[in-house]
Design a protein around this ligand. Structure first.
Ligand code: A2P
Length: 296
C-alpha cells in the first residue's frame, strides 16, 4: 500500500510516516534502518546529535534504493549554529550520510538565550535551500514564542516543526499555530516512548499500557502503538516512530489498513495530561548542551 504523503509549504512531498533513530546506538542503526527500508519506510529522520548519521547512510546505500526514493531528514545541533557555522554542519551531516543533498534540514532546538545565533543558523538554512543543497528547511522544538520571533525575522516559513506529541502530551495550541502558518507538525516520540524510556523517571505511566488505547486497539485487532500512529496520521501529522526491533519496526509501518472513528480520535484527544516528557525546550543552552559534533 502506498504511504500517504504530505505536501510541504514549498511543494516538496514527504512520506507521512517516517522512521526515527533517536537513541538508537550507532552499532544498531544500520540493521534498524535496513529493516525499516525493507518493510517499506521511505523516510528516515536522524540528527547530527544522535551520532548515527554514518550508519543511516550505510543502510541507505546497502538497500539498493535510488537516492530519490528515500526522504532523508536530519538536524543541526546547537553547537553548529551561526551563519558561517551552519553550512559546515550541512557538510558534516551530508558527508556522514554519504549524500550531496538533504530532503529536509532542520534546527534541532531554539536557543532562547542566544536567539540571534538561532536566527543566523536559520538564515544559513535559507541559503542552503536557495543553493539547492537542501529541498526543504524547518525547525524542531520551537514553541509559539520561538516561532513568532523566527517568522518575524526570516524569509522562508519553516516547512516543518518537529515537536514532542503523543496522547499524553498533545500541544494542541502549538499544532494549531503551525497549521495557521502552513507549517507541517511532525511528532517526535509519537507512540510516547518518552513516557517509558529508562532514565526519565520511574513514576511515569506508559502510553502503551493505557486502557483507552488498549480498548481501541482491541476493537481493531491492532496494538496501542499502531493506534497512536493512526491517530497522528488521521489528524494530519507526520510521525517518526523509533524502534530497533524488527517485529516492532514492521508493526509500526503496518498502520495504513485501518481507520479510527471520530469518537475514537476524540477519546485519544482526551488523554492529554499537558505534562511534557522530554526536556523543556527553553532550558537548552549552549553552555550546558553545546557539545561539539565531530567532523566527517
Ligand atoms: P524498541 O526500539 O526496543 O522497539 P517513540 O518513537 O515514541 O519515542 O517510541 C520509541 C520507544 O518505543 C522505544 O523504546 C521502542 O523500543 C519502543 N517501541 C517502538 N515501537 C514499538 C511498538 N510497536 N510496541 C512497543 N514498543 C515499541
Amino acid at each position: 500500500m502506498a504511504i500517504p504523503t504530505f505536501t510541504l509549504n514549498n511543494g516538496v512531498t514527504l512520506p507521512a510516516l517516517g522512521f526515527g533513530v533517536f537513541q538508537t546506538p550507532p552499532d544498531e542503526t544500520r540493521a534498524a534502518v535496513s529493516t525499516a527500508l525493507e518493510v517499506g519506510f521511505r523516510h528516515i529522520d536522524t540528527a547530527a546529535a544522535y551520532g548515527n548519521e554514518r550508519e543511516v547512510g550505510l543502510a541507505l546505500r546497502e538497500s539498493g534504493l535510488a537516492r530519490d526514493d528515500v526522504f532523508l531528514e536530519t538536524k543541526v545541533w546547537i553547537s553548529d549554529y551561526g551563519f558561517d557555522e551552519t553550512p559546515h554542519a550541512f557538510d558534516k551531516s551530508a558527508g556522514k550520510l554519504g549524500v550531496d543533498r538533504l530532503d529536509l534540514f532542520i534546527l534541532h532546538q531554539p536557543l532562547p538565550t542566544a536567539f540571534d545565533r538561532t536566527l543566523d543558523a536559520y538564515r544559513a538554512l535559507e541559503r542552503l535551500q536557495a543553493e539547492g543543497r537542501v529541498r526543504a528547511i524547518g525547525v524542531s522544538n520551537f514553541m509559539p514564542e520561538h516561532l513568532a520571533r523566527l517568522l518575524e525575522a526570516t524569509e522562508i516559513v519553516p516547512a516543518v516543526n518537529q515537536v514532542e506529541v503523543h496522547p499524553y502530551f498533545q500541544q494542541r495550541e502549538l499544532l494549531a499555530l503551525d497549521a495557521e502558518h502552513g507549517i507541517l507538525s511532525q511528532a517526535w516520540s509519537p507512540i510516547g516512548g518518552i513516557t517509558f524510556y529508562p532514565g526519565y523517571g520511574d513514576d511515569r505511566r506508559s502510553t502503551l499500557a493505557d486502557p483507552v488505547l488498549l480498548d481501541i486497539a482491541d476493537a481493531h485487532d491492532r496494538t496501542a502503538a499502531q493506534v497512536m500512529l493512526r491517530w497522528h496520521l488521521q489528524q494530519g501529522r507526520s510521525a517518526i516512530p523509533k524502534s530497533t526491533n524488527p517485529r516492532r519496526i514492521a508493526e509500526n509501518f503496518d498502520v495504513l489498513g485501518f481507520e479510527l472513528s471520530p469518537r475514537e480520535l476524540a477519546a485519544i484527544d482526551a488523554l492529554d495530561t499537558g505534562v511534557r516528557g522530554g526536556p523543556e525546550p527553553a532550558a537548552i543552552r549552549l553552555e550546558s548542551h553545546g557539545r561539539a559534533i565531530p567532523e566527517v
